[in-house]
Design a protein around this ligand. Structure first.
Ligand SMILES: NC(=O)c1ccc[n+]([C@@H]2O[C@H](COP(=O)([O-])OP(=O)(O)OC[C@H]3O[C@@H](n4cnc5c(N)ncnc54)[C@H](O)[C@@H]3O)[C@@H](O)[C@H]2O)c1
Length: 356
């Protein structure tokens, strides 16, 4: 989609999985200038931004969203028209091992960012105040867990069940409160599970692809019956920009592609495609599937009703799970330069979040 104007955007968490997809999209498809505010935790990787690193419209600020002075200074210098806030601790299993890290970044960090944005926004001339957007990127996990039927709508009551989803729910509430109380234009979206290129290999899909290639066990939690609604990350990036451009301040938009799969179906699909694209010398990849103890408090099913986003803003996903997963697997086969150092130095695939 063409940009409606030449905005200056701060993307927080732009070195992460979704943030880097968003920045690559913004630099490629719009005339916007983008500053990436990122602390570079274990999940941040500047290699994911190689494609845009030399663009004169891209810059990087190594900052923690909890750093009041640093964020205030950056806002004053860069003069953003919009903040797209993705920085977070994002892995449910790690939130079981270290919940307070999630409270620090997702709750306190978001509050700090909101307050810095508010002070900056109050100093803008009226026209720029009206055009300003604080856009908060959140998850469908805030709605809790579904049974066999039904979908999460924007009106579904919050019922988060993991330290991760509770911290994201809390940040959503604060964004709404800052919007309602102070009149700052805020937007919120809650998205289903993403997958695609540059996904840190602690998450199910890249973990299974890389463990399969390494001849390691492919861990499936419980019986693999938990259902997730998968969305290709580039479809999410497009939705975020559309919401930024056309969304109504104060509103919430659910994002999802109606691609529900059980975890076992996801793992079996990856095995089948790998059998075709990179056959093993003996046996099949599915032979490596290993059922392991379930995640404590594992939500059974997430599924998104994205009718509002489609009806009001005209969004639709371009990839379905079958096309997106094939692209993703091919990307991992072609881009070992990106994931090999991560597997060697940062995370080799060990089990997280089992509880002590
Ligand atoms: N991955 C999904 O399936 C999914 C789905 C819906 C919503 N979300 C939300 O989208 C956002 C991005 O998710 P992701 O999967 O790209 O996460 P990610 O873990 O891949 O990336 C997070 C990024 O935030 C940065 N970061 C962490 N703490 C920070 C801090 N204190 N200050 C500054 N930067 C910090 C990290 O360095 C990293 O670059 C998150 O807010 C997440 O809750 C994710």
């Amino acid at each position: 989609m063409e940009s409606l104007d030449m905005k200056k955007i701060i993307v927080t968490g732009g070195a992460g999985f979704i943030g880097s997809a968003l920045i690559r999209y913004l630099i490629r498809e719009t005339d916007c200038t983008v500053c990436n505010l990122d602390k570079l935790t274990y999940a941040g990787n500047r290699e994911s931004l190689k494609e845009v690193a030399d663009s004169p419209r891209y810059s990087f600020a190594h900052l923690d969203i909890c750093d009041r002075e640093g964020v205030t200074r950056l806002f004053a210098e860069f003069q953003p028209d919009t903040i797209m806030h993705l920085a977070a601790e994002s892995h449910v299993d790690r939130s079981i091992d270290a919940p307070l890290e999630f409270v620090r970044t997702n709750v306190l960090g978001t509050a700090n960012l909101l307050q810095c944005a508010l002070e900056y926004w109050r100093g803008l001339p009226e026209e720029r105040q009206t055009a300003f957007r604080f856009q908060h990127i959140s998850t469908d996990e805030v709605y809790g867990s579904l049974g066999e039927d039904g979908f999460f709508a924007e009106t579904t009551p919050y019922d988060p069940k993991s330290p991760y989803s509770a911290s994201k729910a809390s940040s959503d509430h604060m964004v709404r409160a800052w919007g309602h109380t102070f009149g700052m234009p805020v937007l919120i979206s809650n998205c289903s599970n993403n997958y695609g290129p540059y996904h840190f290999p602690e998450k199910l899909i890249p973990l299974v692809i890389l463990n399969a290639l390494d001849g390691k066990p492919l861990p499936v939690y419980g019986r693999g019956a938990n259902v997730r609604d998968w969305l290709y990350v580039e479809d999410h990036a497009k939705a975020l920009w559309l919401i930024n451009q056309r969304g109504v301040p104060g509103e919430t938009y659910n994002i999802g592609g109606h691609n529900e799969r059980t975890n076992l179906e996801v793992v079996e699909t990856i095995c089948r495609i790998l059998d075709e694209l990179r056959p093993k010398t003996a046996g099949r990849y599915a032979d490596q599937i290993t059922f392991v103890a379930d995640r404590p408090g594992h939500d059974l099913r997430y599924a998104i009703d994205a009718t509002k986003l489609t009806r009001d803003l005209g969004w639709h996903a371009e990839e379905n799970f079958d096309t997106g997963i094939r692209k993703t697997i091919q990307w991992y086969l072609d881009n070992a330069w990106w994931w090999e150092p991560i597997r060697a130095q940062k995370y080799a695939g060990e089990r997280l979040g089992k509880q002590k």
